[in-house]
Write a protein that binds this ligand. Structure first.
Ligand code: HEC
Ligand code: HEC
Length: 413
């Protein structure tokens, strides 16, 4: 089953659940468990049903949880020396990236990879450039303790630090209840819930697709045709109304970082060796992914299949105008450089994806393609990046149209 099929199957299942739930409620009076409304504006272009479907059953959305997650996301005290927060590298001013080729954590320590945006990250089938974790909740656990990111010595240390901040202790009690609400799982749940309010849609392209022919320029329209046709972009950067993210969520080697001078065989052998000795823990993998050299093995780090050396997740393309520099190593500075890279057929190497070929685009076609990519910027994201909108928790995030009210059956988990 491919991603689209899976989503359709889940959508169908969701419909059945709603019907079943409705029937179940018919006979009973809502008493103690009055559903708590979580209001979110789902932007144009993003299916509201899909948003709902991607909320895990064990981490329902509530206003208080999202507000808590937001404050944790921006709190530098979650790092070892109080200098780095999630927002340092996923900064609203850069459409939730950091504007650097590779990220810098505590003490200016450099990782080996470019920070992807967290906008719409809730829709990713897997997280990170190599897909080494699945959910947003699991993802949060890594940067907190990676020595080149927030560098806390352990998850226990993170919990102890958060517990020591009185206002947090109180809010965790309110959100999660129980005798011991400050846990690493609950910290991750709150931050993940906040991330599920960071949605990008409502771009000029979305308005065009919704039937407004004037929403994008003639050049952008020609660019869209090229994207689907001669330039072949859509074969990997998939787009359809039920999965409108411009990615197939699969892994491809397009040649970025495949320097002939690097000994990939030797690096791969070291990884196989570590795996045999049971030393490839989640933590070890996270460190290797951000270590020069090993980083370039890409998807191989997860699958350990030789064909996956140098393969990385197809990037979503929304807000791409605001998230330079590009690619997993930040090696391409502008959209024009990206287009030129594809035009010449990527970087030749033994694992190059068969879908990457010379395109022979004209100057006009390159300009049109770039114009199309620039039509994918969310109005809300652009205004947040400019500082015109301050990020507030809950219902104020997301986008003005259309408004969808969602129920969350239980507020305590
Ligand atoms: C020092 C910079 C830095 C910090 C701090 C940081 N990140 Fe990241 N983040 C990155 C980089 C770099 C990647 C890509 C790493 C990789 O793919 O191996 C990433 C990947 C991600 C992804 C995966 C997105 C995708 O499209 O696959 C999410 C989600 C994310 N970070 C959220 C967070 C959250 C939440 C926090 C705070 C708990 C955080 N990050 C802290 C730099 C950072
Ligand atoms: C064979 C699959 C494939 C095709 C075809 C393809 N891409 Fe990509 N694209 C990828 C992958 C994989 C990445 C990430 C590669 C990496 O960082 O190593 C990527 C990355 C990008 C990025 C950078 C995103 C970021 O956030 O850094 C842009 C922009 C982009 N592609 C645009 C295009 C355009 C425009 C076309 C058509 C000319 C195209 N792609 C064709 C697979 C593909």
């Amino acid at each position: 089953m491919n991603g689209g099929d899976m989503r359709r199957a889940k959508l169908l299942a969701l419909g059945l659940i709603i019907v079943g739930f409705g029937l179940g409620l018919g006979g009973t009076r809502a008493t103690s468990s009055v559903p708590q409304k979580f209001q979110i504006r789902i932007p144009l272009g993003i299916p509201a049903d899909l948003w709902e479907m991607m909320i895990p059953a064990d981490n329902p959305m509530t206003e208080a949880k999202v507000a808590l997650g937001r404050d944790l996301y921006f709190d530098k005290r979650l790092s070892v020396d109080n200098t780095v927060s999630c927002a340092t590298c996923h900064d609203p001013r850069f459409a939730f990236t950091d504007g650097k080729p590779v990220s810098e954590g505590v003490g200016g320590k450099k990782g080996a990879r470019n920070a992807p945006t967290v906008l719409n990250a809730m829709f990713n089938e897997e997280q990170f450039w190599d897909g080494r974790v699945k959910t947003l909740e699991e993802q949060v656990l890594q940067p907190l303790i990676n020595p080149v990111e927030m560098a806390m010595p352990s998850h226990e240390a993170v919990v102890a630090k958060v517990r020591g901040i009185p206002e947090y202790a109180q809010r965790f009690r309110e959100v999660f209840g129980g005798p011991n609400p400050v846990t690493i799982e609950n910290i991750a749940k709150a931050i993940a819930a906040f991330e599920r309010t960071l949605l990008s849609g409502d771009s000029p392209f979305d308005h065009f697709m919704a039937g407004d022919p004037k929403a994008i320029s003639e050049a952008a329209k020609r660019g869209w045709e090229l994207f689907k046709g001669k330039a072949r972009c859509i074969t990997c950067h998939e787009f359809n109304p039920s999965s409108p993210f411009f990615t197939n969520f699969k892994y491809h080697n397009i040649g970025i970082g495949m320097k002939a001078t690097r000994n990939f065989e030797a690096l791969a052998r070291q990884i196989q060796q570590m795996a045999q000795e049971n030393r490839l823990t989640k933590e070890a993998l996270d460190r290797l992914a951000l270590t020069e050299g090993f980083s370039e093995l890409g998807r191989f780090l997860v699958t350990r299949q030789p064909k996956d050396v140098g393969a990385f997740k197809t990037s979503p393309l929304r807000d791409i105008e605001l998230t330079a520099p590009y690619m997993h190593d930040g090696s391409l500075k502008t959209l024009r450089e990206v287009i030129d890279f594809y035009d010449k057929g990527g970087e030749p190497n033994p694992n190059l994806d068969g879908g990457i070929v010379k395109l022979n685009l004209t100057e006009q076609e390159k300009a049109d393609l770039e114009e199309f990519l620039k039509s994918l910027t969310s109005d809300w994201v652009r205004r947040v990046a400019r500082g015109e909108i301050k990020l507030a928790a809950g219902p104020t995030s997301g986008n003005p149209t259309p408004t969808v009210a969602r129920d969350s059956r239980s507020s305590r988990r």
